[in-house]
Design a protein around this ligand. Structure first.
Ligand code: TYM
Length: 326
């Protein structure tokens, strides 16, 4: 059975983009793959955030995974920082990665522009991500398109290491769905829907109240035409809503265009709000049940034990190849 792995940062706000880009794909494919999903808490500290409540946010994210349908019997669920071999492997890989290639990563360029005092962790972020993926001989990595470049550099690092030291790592593939590729901000539909957006009215959070979701969708930016048609360049707002509808209902863009051929934007927006609210209200209900249950501690203890053994074996193999004293 092929192996699938992904992680999300416990930043306290999980968006519809995160859900569609990563979690929903894991849920869909968990029967076909041996699946690993984790909390990328070490990545969450790469940008300074004084209000980051790691403990609560980690628990909340695990409850969300479960509420979204990640089945603990089919997935190994764990916290990155509880497995010290990720950071350990990251260092070994950093010394096989070039400053030039890391400084050219889109995410680094974008985030480092926001402050003139960014951390070194922001630069080495993709190497830690490579360590997360390569520690487990992962075959596929479900992510949104914004993370594709990081999976590509992971491949480069793996191939380079294998060429230099002999086959050590499996070379993974990104898994990106067509529709959920990139959910855009509702108010500025040429920008990615992001938890750090200044105006949160453009961002649907999985735990938003139903009425808040409806308001946000009804106020989404559209265009001066009236036709529900997929055209990201000229109609980014409507195209984004079509993408959202498609990602939630699994209908194709063509099916959606023909369903709403006669509808105005108001009717279409209402339909989008209905399917999003329906999907998220089921998640929310289960979320609160899981949040306070002991199940989370049991799952994480198991995940920690299992993944530590696996990642240690990989780190040991890497150290042997690199010629460390053992
Ligand atoms: P994070 O928490 O920033 O994002 C988690 C996932 O959500 C996807 N995503 C989106 N997808 C579609 N539309 C959007 N608007 C949108 N916004 C976010 C991201 O592509 C991602 O898949 N670096 C990772 C965390 C990570 C990881 C890993 C992932 C650390 N190690 C190893 C896979 C494998 C991240 O961006 O987290």
């Amino acid at each position: 059975m092929k192996r699938m792995l992904t992680g999300l940062q416990p930043t306290g706000v999980i968006t519809l983009g995160n859900y569609v880009g990563a979690i929903k794909q894991m849920v869909k494919l968990q029967d076909e793959y041996e699946s690993y999903i984790f909390v990328a808490d070490l990545h969450a500290i790469t940008v300074p955030n004084d209000n980051l409540n790691l403990k609560d946010n980690t628990r909340s994210l695990i409850a969300l995974y479960l509420a979204c349908g990640i089945d603990p019997k089919k997935n190994t669920i764990f916290v990155q920082s509880q497995n010290e071999y990720h950071a350990n492997l990251s260092w070994l890989l950093e010394c096989n990665t070039y400053f030039g290639e890391l400084s050219r990563m889109h995410q680094f360029k974008e985030k480092s522009k926001k402050s003139n005092n960014f951390t070194v962790g922001l630069l080495t972020y993709p190497v830690l991500m490579a360590a997360d993926i390569l520690a487990y001989d992962t075959d596929v990595v479900p992510v949104g398109i914004d993370q594709k470049q990081h999976v590509e550099i992971t491949r480069d690092i793996a191939i380079r290491f294998n060429n230099k030291y002999g086959k050590t790592f499996n070379v993974p593939e990104p898994l990106i769905t067509k529709t959920g590729t990139k959910i855009m901000d509702l108010l500025e539909p040429t920008k990615k829907m992001s938890k750090s957006s200044e105006n949160q009215n453009g961002v649907i959070r999985l735990l938003d109240d139903d009425e808040v979701i409806r308001k946000k969708i009804m106020r989404a930016t559209t265009d001066s035409e009236t036709k529900v048609k997929f055209d990201p360049e000229n109609k980014p707002g409507i195209s984004n809503l079509i993408n959202i509808y498609s990602a939630i209902t699994d209908k194709t863009v063509e099916e959606i265009e023909s369903m709403f051929e006669e509808s105005n934007y108001g009717t279409f927006k209402k339909a989008v709000a209905d399917v999003v609210i329906d999907e998220l209200s089921r998640i929310k209900k289960r979320y609160y049940e899981y949040l306070n249950s002991d199940l989370i501690d049991i799952i994480l203890e198991e995940g920690k034990k299992k993944t530590r053994v696996m990642a240690k074996a990989k780190v040991d193999a890497v150290k042997r190849k690199m010629g460390f004293y053992d």
